[in-house]
Every structure is written in structure tokens, then in C-alpha cells.
Design a protein around this ligand. Structure first.
Ligand code: MTE
Ligand code: HPA
Ligand code: MOS
Length: 765
């Protein structure tokens, strides 16, 4: 169980776009972005920049032979600004030069005059001014209006969650090479090769068959390259088209942070109705999504918020409304969890507030309302093979959490300056693209005459180990070792019409396609072997690269079988297609079995807050996660741990700040703080629930996104500790819970000097 890619990464041998050897004559492009977040372009003066030696051309929208339009879901996004700019650093011009350095120096000489328009950065302000990307969306189940009368408690409030920078190690970029006959090869760091192909084809005004997109691997995507890799590839292709030379365009980190969208910040209102025993009867919520300047993936992200509004709880009456608010920020986009985390944060905030009002621990409310088998979600699907309660109970049992909580209470009673807090975080995450048609994939498997094998699928490797998993599937199907199988880059000429590798379903979709292709080859080979050995087909198998009869090795080895099969003129190549069965969703009624299955799990999180400084350290994250049967435990555990830390980072350290002019202030790693190894929980114990997925490929479950949402518990663990310091206090729920915010909560409206002088300092401190 290795992730083969990692070996090459450690050696520095893995190639990313900026590592490719470029052909002679390659030019380099840099992007000139708007200095204003909203306004009308009155004058663009390129003369001084053009005059610089080594500058080959400066390209603007007038040079676009096709459409200056890259919107995926809604056609509302220009590749290069024509007359108006809608966010700061919106691309306006491309400087193409003999070197990257010259291109960047020249871009500084561009002069622009902009008539300023009003800048909106907050979603509720956009809503008040009726600036929406599309009409609001409403998901509804049960009868919310009738339910309130039966509630003993009705909790109303609002909460905010912040954005998140993807911070993939490899920044956005592409390399476009003009080939003969007006065709292009585009090498792109994208999760969606077909999206890049479509954008390049639209921008150049040439058919898709003239553009071949190739992706070797990404240095991370995290959703940031699902749709937002396309503009840079489109720009590189545009430059290559105009100059008839290969063009490389790689965003420096500073440009990447300022020009690309991030996780959507949300500001939400909720109303939660409960019985006195903690049973939740109704949830009503409105989510004001900060969509940014254009739609991008916002409608799909918003839908997933609405799908996951009730998290792992059964709430019989739900009405949730999502509003896509148009602001003058880079268009926000997919980010691990895809709107699900934002939805779950709101229900967890509501439960936390309910626990304060009702004087009942939050975990009692959480546990009481966990989903059971056949419970109906508010969008009409029923929970099947539901593991919400099972994962909670196993977590309680294996980690003896109530003993730990007693220990925390004892600690807190003995310490004034240091307080510990805890939280539970159950999750339930639907697997499938919520847009049903996207749930399709394909694979191509080749066996060469020497017995070596290559495969290529629509999946993009971005560090999540999808290729190692697919290799494992092919290895099991054909009975050959991993060493005999090589992964080929993802390429639109080998696998056409690909969905992006996203929604955690890369291995499910492409693994299934690879499994079908492998089974076609296996059938041919077994028939061929039966014929060669003159034995009944049903007694033949292949194991460890040897043909077996009734499970016992024969003389016929894999490479010999391959050669003999080739000699009989039987194809050693197979292509296959997979589409997830039994899923559908009606986007008018917003009802249907949208997901093929759900992933469950429960986390218990402990933190210690330094109540003098407001700083904190996560001590333990104990998780019982529903991995299904793992194809590769090393990869799956790595995905879970990485996602948890990324989720904790979103909830605590990572603060995306724009000023009122729409300028990103946290635009470098000096001002945007991400988790490091010192931040990581001291004790991270992620355990396998150990049950196979009855519908998953080889019993597996998707892993990429779900564990990120355990991080939400980190927020409430800190607030739990702060409340141990200030019993009875109640705070606005607004993530990220930075140390500054914690400090404010610890002391605001309190005379700090008085409070500190009244504290007893124990030995520990
Ligand atoms: N893991 C690494 N190392 N790098 C990434 O960019 N992206 C995440 C997750 N894990 C990502 C990652 C996201 S957002 C998704 S949707 C899934 O991987 C996509 O891959 P999969 O469908 O193969 O799980
Ligand atoms: N998840 C992730 N990416 C997506 C989805 C989804 O449900 N739909 C479209 N892109
Ligand atoms: Mo992941 S946000 O679905 O790329």
C-alpha cells in the first residue's frame, strides 16, 4: 500500500508545469489585472509597456477570435475585461515577452484610467441592493410553519463563516503549444481537462477536436482548479494562437492569491425548533453566500449547502433558502466540501446556541437527533446503510470520551488561566456530483506485447492518490503486480468529455470505468488461456502474473499468455465507460435520490485555550470514520488527517480579509496563516469503522472531502473552553476563531486588569 507518486515527489523528480522543458521559441505571459474593484475602463495605455525590449505583444479582449466568455453554469464571465471591471485584479491584458521577468516588468508600465463605481464586498449588502447572481434556491421538506407550535424552544440567531485560500503548492498555470493545422496542445494544471478544452475552444473560436488538453498531475487543487484553472489555460492558448509560438503562463503566488476565488464566505440566519428533551423538530435557515463577481460554480456550491443543511441529523421539517450574493470580489469557487461545510457550520451553531439556552450539553442534542436507517432527508432521499449512530457509539466507546470530559471538567476547576474545551462533530456527506449528469467517467487500459500495462482515465491526480487506487483496482482485476502497471497522464484525446475530478468521486467513477475495462481484457485473456491450456474456462484464473487452474499455478505465465493472445489477433486494449446508476434529482421540486451513498463518521475534539493570550492548541482529535473497505489505508488515512487539519485551519487561523475597496489584505503567506505541524493536533487518532460500502467499488467509500467537516468541531471546542473561563457568557458565532477573536471573547466588556488580577496562577502556568 504505497502512494507511488510520493516517492518521486520526495526525490524532486515529479514534474509540474513549471518543470517541463520548453521548446525553443517559447514565450512567457503575465496577466495585468485591474487596480480597481469596480468601474468603467476609460483609457488603457499600453504604449510604454509595448516599447520595452523583449516584449512581443500585449493582448486584450479585442484579440479574441472567438467568444470572450468563460462562464460554466451561467455565461456571465469575461476572460479579459472589455469595458468594465468587477473585482480588483480582474484580468485586463496579457503581456507576452521573451522572459517572465520582462513580461512582469512591462506589465508595471501599463497605465489605466477607471471611473469608479460603488464597491460591495459583503453579501448582506449585495442582497439589500438586490445584486444577485441568480434567483434564490429553496429546499423544503415537512411543514416548517406548522412545526413551530409544537416546539418548546425556538432558537433564532445568525452566524458567519469565512473564506479560505486553497493554497495549492503549485499555483495556477498552463502551457499552450501551437501544432500543425491550427490545432493546439494545452498542458494545464486543472482538475477539469474538458472544462479547459471547452474554454480554449470558445475563446479561440475553433472546434474542441483541435484542442488536446493534458494533465500530468497537480501540486494540489482542493477545488480551486475545478473551474478556475480554465481562464489561465484559455489565456495561454490565446497568446499561442496570436503569436504562433508556445506560451507558458504561470501565476506567481501573489497574483494567484489576488486573482482567484476562494471558499465562499457565508452569512446566515437560522431558526431551530426543539422539544424540551432535545428533539429537533424544525430548521429554517437563509444562507447569504458571498459569490463574488460572477457565477462560476456558486449555484452548485449553494445547492450542496442546502443538501447538507441538516448535517447528520434527522430534522422532520426543514425549509432552507440559499441566496447567491454578487459582490466585487474574485468569483468564489469550489473548495473541499463544496458548500457542505458552510451548511453544517450553521446547524452546529444553532445546536450550540440551543444548548446554552436549554442548559443541556450540545452532544446530548446532537446524539438524540442522529439519522437512523430509512430516515428521509428534506430533499426526499432516504438514508440507507446509515452509520450515523453506529460511528457515534463506537467513537464514544473506543475513546472513552465521557471519562475524558470528566477529566476536562476537573482540569478546568483547578486552572484559572488555562481552560480546556471539547466538542463532538458528526458528519454525513453525500457522494455524487449533485448535478446528476456529471457522474460519468471513462478509462483506457492497454496491454503491450511484453505484458506491461498502461492505463489512463478521466481522473486527475492532485495528491489524493486516485491513480494509486485505480492501479490497485487494475492489479486486482488482472492478477498482476503494481510494478507492471504505469499511469499515463490524463488527456482529452484518450478520454473525451470528462467530468472534473471533484466531489470526492474521482476514484469511484474512474475506478469503476477502469474496472470495467480491465474485466473486458480479463475475459479475453481467460478465454485465450483456456484455449491454450485446453481447460474449461470456468476453472481458469490469473494470480500473481501466472495463469492458474483451479487456483493452482500452471506453466503459462502472464507475459507468455499476452504474446500468444496477440498472435491470435485478439485486442489487448480496452476502453470503458461508467455512469453512476440509480441517482436523479429534480431541480424544480428539489427532490430526488441525489446521492449514490453517504459517508458518515464522528469526531471528538479537545483543545486548550491560554486565557491570558487567547492562543490555543488542539490536544486531541479522535475520529471514528466510515472509510468503507479501503483500497489503500495509507492514502485514506492521509486524506482524512489532511482534511481534518484543513478544516481546523478554515475554522481558526485562516482569515481571508478584503478591505472596503475590495483589496485583498491577506494576499501573501506573511499575512495569510495556514496550519503547520505545530498547529496540528498533538494526538490525532483516526480509526476505521470497518464496514464495507455495499454499493461502493470493491467495498470502498469516497474519502477526499468528508473528513474536512470534522474541523468544524474545532470551533465549538474553543468556544466551549472560552465559556469555561466566562461561564454564562454567550458570543456571536463567527469563524475563523482567530486568537484575536478568542481574546476579545475572553475579555470584552470585562475590565481586563481586574479580571487578570483576580486569577489564581497555578503551577501549570
Ligand atoms: N488531496 C490532496 N492531496 N490534494 C488535493 O488537491 N483535493 C480534495 C481531495 N483531496 C485534494 C485532496 C478535493 S476538493 C477533492 S473533491 C478530492 O480530493 C478529489 O479527488 P478524489 O475524487 O479522487 O477523492
Ligand atoms: N461537488 C463538487 N464539484 C461539483 C459538484 C459537486 O457536487 N457539482 C459540480 N461540481
Ligand atoms: Mo473538490 S471541492 O469537489 O474539487
Amino acid at each position: 500500500m504505497k502512494n507511488y507518486d510520493i516517492i518521486n515527489h520526495v526525490r524532486g523528480e515529479s514534474q509540474f508545469i513549471d518543470d517541463l522543458n520548453v521548446p525553443q521559441g517559447t514565450l512567457f505571459a503575465t496577466v495585468y489585472g485591474s487596480p480597481s474593484a469596480h468601474g468603467k475602463i476609460l483609457n488603457l495605455d499600453l504604449s510604454e509597456a509595448r516599447a520595452i525590449k523583449g516584449v512581443k505583444d500585449i493582448i486584450t479582449y479585442v484579440d479574441i477570435p472567438g467568444q470572450n466568455q468563460i462562464g460554466g453554469i451561467i455565461k456571465d464571465e469575461e476572460l479579459l475585461a472589455e469595458h468594465e471591471v468587477h473585482f480588483m485584479q480582474m484580468p485586463i491584458a496579457l503581456v507576452v515577452a521573451e522572459s517572465e521577468f520582462i513580461a512582469r516588468e512591462a506589465a508595471r508600465k501599463i497605465k489605466i484610467e477607471i471611473e469608479q463605481y460603488e464597491v460591495i464586498t459583503e453579501p448582506r449588502e449585495a442582497f439589500a441592493k438586490n445584486k444577485l447572481i441568480a434567483p434564490p434556491r429553496v429546499f423544503e421538506g415537512g411543514n416548517v410553519d406548522a412545526a413551530w407550535a409544537q416546539c418548546d424552544y425556538i432558537i433564532e440567531g445568525d452566524c458567519d463563516s469565512g473564506g479560505q485560500e486553497h493554497l495549492y503548492l503549485e499555483t495556477q498555470g498552463a502551457f499552450a503549444i501551437p501544432l500543425e493545422g491550427g490545432t493546439f496542445k494545452v498542458i494545464s494544471s486543472t482538475q477539469g481537462p474538458t472544462a479547459v478544452q471547452r474554454v480554449a475552444s470558445n475563446v479561440l473560436g475553433i472546434p474542441m477536436n483541435k484542442i488536446e488538453v493534458e494533465v500530468l498531475r497537480l501540486g494540489g487543487g482542493f477545488g480551486g482548479k475545478e473551474d478556475q484553472a480554465s481562464p489561465w489555460a484559455g489565456m495561454a492558448a490565446l497568446c499561442a494562437y496570436k503569436l504562433k509560438r508556445p506560451v507558458k503562463l504561470i501565476l506567481p503566488r501573489h497574483d494567484d492569491m489576488r486573482m482567484t476565488g476562494k471558499r465562499h464566505p457565508y452569512s446566515s440566519d437560522y431558526k431551530l425548533g426543539l422539544k424540551a428533551d432535545g428533539t429537533i423538530l424544525a430548521l429554517e435557515a437563509t444562507y447569504f453566500q458571498n459569490s463574488g463577481a460572477s457565477a462560476d460554480l456558486s449555484p452548485a456550491v449553494l445547492d450542496r449547502t442546502l443538501f447538507h443543511a441538516a448535517n447528520a441529523y434527522h430534522i422532520p421539517n426543514v425549509r432552507v433558502t440559499g441566496v447567491m450574493c454578487k459582490t466585487n470580489l474574485p468569483s468564489n469557487t469550489a473548495f473541499r466540501g463544496f458548500g457542505g461545510p458552510q451548511g453544517k457550520f450553521v446547524i452546529e451553531a444553532a445546536i450550540f446556541k440551543a444548548s446554552e439556552v436549554m442548559g443541556m450539553p450540545a452532544y446530548e442534542i446532537q446524539k438524540k437527533n442522529l439519522l437512523k436507517e430509512n430516515d428521509e432527508f428534506h430533499f426526499g432521499q432516504k438514508a440507507k446503510h446509515c452509520r450515523a449512530r453506529l460511528s457515534w457509539e463506537k467513537m464514544e466507546e473506543e475513546f472513552k470520551v465521557y471519562d475524558r470530559i470528566s477529566a476536562i471538567e476537573k482540569y478546568n476547576s483547578e486552572n484559572d488561566l488555562m481552560k480546556k474545551g471539547y466538542a463532538f462533530m458528526p458528519i454525513c456527506f453525500g457522494i455524487s456530483f449533485t448535478n446528476t449528469l456529471m457522474n460519468q467517467a471513462s478509462a483506457l487500459v492497454n496491454i503491450y506485447t511484453d505484458g506491461s500495462v498502461t492505463f489512463t482515465t478521466a481522473a486527475v491526480e492532485m495528491g489524493q492518490g486516485v491513480n494509486a487506487k485505480i492501479k490497485e483496482i487494475i492489479s486486482r482485476m488482472l492478477g498482476i503486480s503494481h510494478d507492471s502497471i504505469k499511469t499515463e497522464p490524463t488527456n482529452t484525446s484518450r478520454n473525451a468529455n470528462t467530468s472534473p475530478t471533484a466531489a470526492s468521486s474521482g476514484a469511484d467513477l474512474n475506478g469503476n470505468a477502469a474496472k470495467i475495462a480491465s474485466s473486458i481484457l480479463r475475459d479475453r485473456l481467460l478465454r485465450s488461456a483456456a484455449e491454450e491450456l485446453k481447460l474449461p474456462l470456468y476453472e481458469i484464473s490469473i494470480k500473481d502474473e501466472v495463469v492458474c487452474h483451479k487456483g493452482e499455478p500452471t506453466e503459462l505465465k502472464w507475459h507468455e499468455l499476452i504474446l500468444r493472445t496477440y498472435n491470435k489477433r485478439i485486442s489487448l486494449q480496452a476502453q470503458a465507460f461508467y455512469a453512476t446508476p440509480n441517482i436523479f434529482f429534480d431541480r424544480v421540486t428539489n427532490k430526488g435520490d441525489a446521492f449514490f451513498y453517504h459517508v458518515y463518521g464522528t469526531a471528538y475534539i479537545e483543545v486548550t485555550v491560554d486565557c491570558l493570550k487567547g492562543t490555543y492548541q488542539f490536544n486531541a482529535v479522535k475520529v471514528m470514520h466510515d472509510f468503507g473497505e479501503s483500497l489503500n489505508e495509507v492514502i485514506d488515512r492521509g486524506q482524512a488527517e489532511g482534511a481534518i487539519i484543513q478544516g481546523l485551519g478554515w475554522m481558526t487561523l485562516e482569515e481571508v480579509i478584503y478591505n472596503k475597496d475590495g483589496r485583498l489584505l491577506s494576499d501573501l503567506l506573511s499575512t495569510y496563516k495556514v496550519p503547520d505541524i505545530h498547529f496540528a493536533p498533538e494526538d490525532m487518532d483516526v480509526r476505521f469503522l470497518g464496514l464495507p460500502n455495499p454499493v461502493g467499488i470493491m467495498g470502498t467509500k469516497a474519502i477526499g472531502e468528508p473528513p474536512l467537516m470534522y474541523g468544524i468541531g474545532g470551533y465549538f471546542a474553543i468556544m466551549n473552553a472560552v465559556k469555561a473561563f466566562r461561564p454564562g457568557a454567550s458570543f456571536k458565532i463567527s469563524s475563523p476563531y482567530t486568537a484575536e477573536k478568542v481574546l476579545m471573547n475572553l475579555y470584552s466588556n470585562v475590565n481586563i486588569d481586574e479580571k487578570i488580577s483576580s486569577l489564581s496562577v497555578t503551577e501549570e502556568k
